[in-house]
Design a protein around this ligand. Sequence first.
Ligand code: PLP
Length: 496
Amino acid sequence: MEEILYGSTRGGEKNVTASQAILKGLAEDGGLFMPDRIPVFDFDIEDLTGVSYQETACRVMRLFLTDYTEEELRFCVDSAYDAKFDTEEIAPLSRADGAYYLELFHGKTIAFKDMALSILPYLMTAAAQKNGVTNTIEILTATSGDTGKAAMAGFADVPGTGIIVFYPRGGVSRFQELQMLTQKGENTAVVSIHGNFDDAQTAVKNIFGDRAFQERLAGRQIQLSSANSINIGRLVPQIVYYVWSYLKLRETEEIAAGERINVCVPTGNFGNILAAYFAKRMGLPVKTLICASNDNRVLFDFFRIGRYDRNREFLLTTSPSMDILISSNLERLIYLSCGADAATNRVMMRQLKSVGRYVVTEEMRQNMKDFVGNYADQEEVAARIRELYEKTGYVIDTHTAVASAVYEKYRAETKDETKTVIASTASPFKFSRAVMEAIRGELGELDDWEVLDLLKTTAGIPLPPAVEEIRDAEIRHRRECDPAGMEEAVAEILKL
Ligand SMILES: *Cc1c(COP(=O)(O)O)cnc(C)c1O
């Protein structure tokens, strides 16, 4: 198998191995690591029907992570995708109202972030060993609500690592907040910031770019890495479940051999849908990638007019994990669509930083035509949750409902009846109040636990252990700061 090397989307670092790219998280010039080419399947997808999720993961990931041995990769996969998931299938596919819901929330923290963050700590520690790294790897992560908990669940008490999570105060659901604030583990820290997700993500990127600070850390045998989807080690495991969903559709003969499917993804930072695009480029028969946004419809506007413009009001919605105006992973698509020309990408990213917008060329738009964007506002999201429930009894969370509502619009507008997989990114229990309000209307005086119980009865599914876990858990984290004080907070936490 030919080795794949990684380089920065902004042209700085080149010829970095997969394990080095995972260790670093972000390139030194602020760019994101990209493979020097997207590998194609070295198997016939038909031959894979019936194999396990773990086997699928090994077959797909080895094509990207070429400096990991088969044994290393298998160990990472088997350690990640085990009984932590509440179903042997890891990511089951449910059919409802003419679409297929790929349930990515059966892991420990009941959001799709578990799919990649269960394996990232193993990939990271294997990478440290391979590269003779003896420093402590400190993970800095900005979260719109779900990454923080899933990353801490993965890294808690992993020897040689630590993790600090920053989340926007008031910008996550109460359940998400409690999940984070009660996190155990001597090496975990949580800080709420007075700002939104973009502020948190930008400040984390700035800390990565602060050379003097890196040196201070190095003096204490600490180096930084990222658990956000800017880390290529997050993206690669996310490709697997799109391949898996296709195998499931073949197994149940919902589709014919070679039949193309559409994929519809509720999108924020553009990581999940980018993984679907990678799957397509690798050879998965995918036709259209439907990028679903909430009221923060910056990506909808981008795909419609070819201009990215973050200069707009940041709206807090019932799908907080998608409340983002700077979609970091779009940079990887920009880079690909200008023919991997780092100079062009760099100019656009500079414009994004300085004036908050950039315009892509007509040719680049042509190269992105596998994507279509649309959005659903909060009323449409609530209406869709209720409609799907009333029609089928199937209950989806607010993020999945953004995708579901967008898919209905897409189907009505285009008459495209291609079978479609909708990425179901969170358990409805994680956003139970918004989900129950959508189904029942005003909930009056019901407290959070009563709402959870009501949802349990309504959906006819048991409360996941992740819910029980926080019921009596003690609050362990109380730190807060301004975005400008984040570096100082890191210094304090690490006792520099
Ligand atoms: C993170 C998240 C998203 C958005 O995924 P991206 O990869 O950032 O586009 C959507 N839904 C839920 C529930 C999430 O946690």
